[in-house]
Design a protein around this ligand. Structure first.
Ligand code: AMP
Length: 318
């Protein structure tokens, strides 16, 4: 079961309390692929410039990720993003966003990428997400991520894009911004009420974990993996999505008729959390690129223990 992902492939400039990287390979699709490639084959769709070196491309191709649909634009410059984190690591300022080759990108997928049964629309202009969604007619399960920028300036396009997917993955604050609701739960219910809506919504809660809502009233919450130190949170959301979508694809590969319901997605949240926890322990792909899958599984097992509930029934006074 192959996953196609469209999203930014970038150079990132990063400043965190642990150090500085002037320019390292990153981007939403890049971080997603680092994680999803633990589970299945990944095909990346997106443009880069002449400045994206063969070594950068090799890093994108970690664990066999296919880069045939990564378009190298002659004379173009790769998307560049620079961010600086505050001491709490939960908040950051965007210093620079240079869209560069993304300004004129018109995705044309190869037949192999169109044929993927699982699709991830990583954070990028909603119109591009829709263009890729339209080409992937064979996709059985589709998830989408976005960000505050597109809610601010292209809300109608984003709402249309969300209406075409099975699962929406957003930060809790973004869900509230998108809907005007006061709680994340209310935001999810508002979206489920749209004329065209996904059947599942995953709220990323930053350093507090993630919560799933399904449109049949189901839900699940996972805490973040307990870590002594976080080096660079960049791409945590995308590696989380890579673990979630990768797990769903791996389950669908075993059982093509599987309904991607609350239980499947609850387990997927645990996988997303485990992969993201490794990602934040180093800059860029410095840890995930060489990480054995067994180390992801060890954290999955620990998270399963941490989320196991005892029977909590007791007789309460009237
Ligand atoms: P996250 O930390 O999960 O929000 O993802 C950070 C990644 O998103 C970085 O590697 C950036 O290159 C990428 N990124 C930042 N801003 C944008 C944007 N406006 N559009 C697409 N990707 C972006």
């Amino acid at each position: 079961m192959t996953i196609t992902v469209v999203g930014s492939i970038a150079f990132d400039g990063l400043e965190t309390p642990s150090g500085v990287r002037e320019r390292i390979a990153g981007g939403a699709a890049f971080h997603f692929a680092q994680a999803a490639s633990f589970y299945t084959d990944v095909r990346v769709v997106g443009p880069v410039g002449d400045d994206f070196s063969d070594e950068d491309m090799a890093l994108l191709a970690t664990r066999g990720t296919n880069t045939d649909d990564v378009e190298r634009i002659a004379g173009g410059k790769t998307f560049f993003w620079k961010g600086k984190y505050h001491d709490d690591l939960n908040t950051r300022d965007t210093i620079t966003t240079e869209l560069n080759v993304f300004e004129t990108f018109d995705p044309k997928l190869s037949d192999a990428s169109k044929a993927s049964e699982v699709l991830f629309l990583a954070n990028i202009v909603p119109g591009l997400q829709r263009a890729v969604r339209a080409q992937c007619e064979a996709a059985k399960w589709v998830a989408l991520d976005s960000m505050d920028l597109w809610i601010d300036i292209m809300r109608a396009d984003l709402v249309a894009a969300i209406g075409e997917v099975d699962c929406l993955i957003l930060n809790d604050g973004e869900l509230q911004q998108l809907t005007g609701a006061r709680t994340t739960y209310a935001a999810a219910q508002a979206i489920f009420g749209w004329e065209k809506a996904p059947s599942a919504i995953i709220a990323k809660l930053g350093s507090y974990g993630a919560t799933l809502y399904t449109n049949d009233g189901g839900g699940f919450t996972v805490p973040v993996f307990p870590l002594e130190n976080v080096v660079d949170p960049t791409g945590a959301g995308d590696t989380f999505a890579g673990g979630v979508v990768g797990y769903v694809a791996a389950r669908l590969a075993k059982d093509p008729g599987l309904k991607v319901d609350r239980d499947v997605l609850a387990a997927a949240l645990i996988h997303g959390t485990a992969t993201a926890s490794h990602n934040v322990e180093a800059f860029g792909a410095e840890k995930l690129a060489d990480l054995p899958g067994s180390e992801v599984q060890a954290r999955v097992d620990r998270l399963v223990e941490l989320t196991r509930s005892p029977d909590a029934t007791i007789e309460l006074r009237a």
